[in-house]
Design a protein. Structure first.
Length: 126
């Protein structure tokens, strides 16, 4: 013969959670989601994803050492290697009226036009 409905065991007053304090939603688990990820959940996150706290650094932009056409007047030679002199880019500000041969990494369109107009030649070296 079975027990009557009213006398069946339906669990204790805490229903298997030990005490009432241990059964209070996400508060008993240290917060929901990534709450506490930089403090008390840090090691759990590091275990799952070791690169979580690593930030990629941005590459620094290289500073170009520029020179303008008006500054080429001070050079007496007809063939100038600006790369050897430490310059990386030639800009077209100023005027030139003599024939020059120039070697450099980068140059502007205006600079190229002005040098060719004066009868000179510009060469790109990488």
């Amino acid at each position: 013969m079975g027990k009557t409905k009213t006398s069946k065991m339906r669990g204790s007053k805490t229903c298997g959670y030990g005490s009432k304090k241990k059964h209070r939603g996400k508060g008993s688990k240290g917060g929901s989601g990534f709450a506490g990820s930089k403090k008390h959940k840090k090691f759990k996150i590091l275990k799952e994803n070791p690169n979580y706290f690593i930030h990629k650094k941005l590459k620094k932009r290289k500073e170009e050492k520029i020179i303008n056409i008006r500054d080429l007047v001070k050079f007496k030679e007809e063939k100038i290697n600006l790369k050897e002199l430490g310059y990386t880019k030639l800009l077209g500000d100023g005027e030139i009226n003599r024939k020059l041969e120039i070697v450099i990494d980068k140059f502007s369109k205006k600079a190229e036009e002005k040098i060719k107009k004066a009868g000179g030649k510009i060469t790109r070296i990488n």
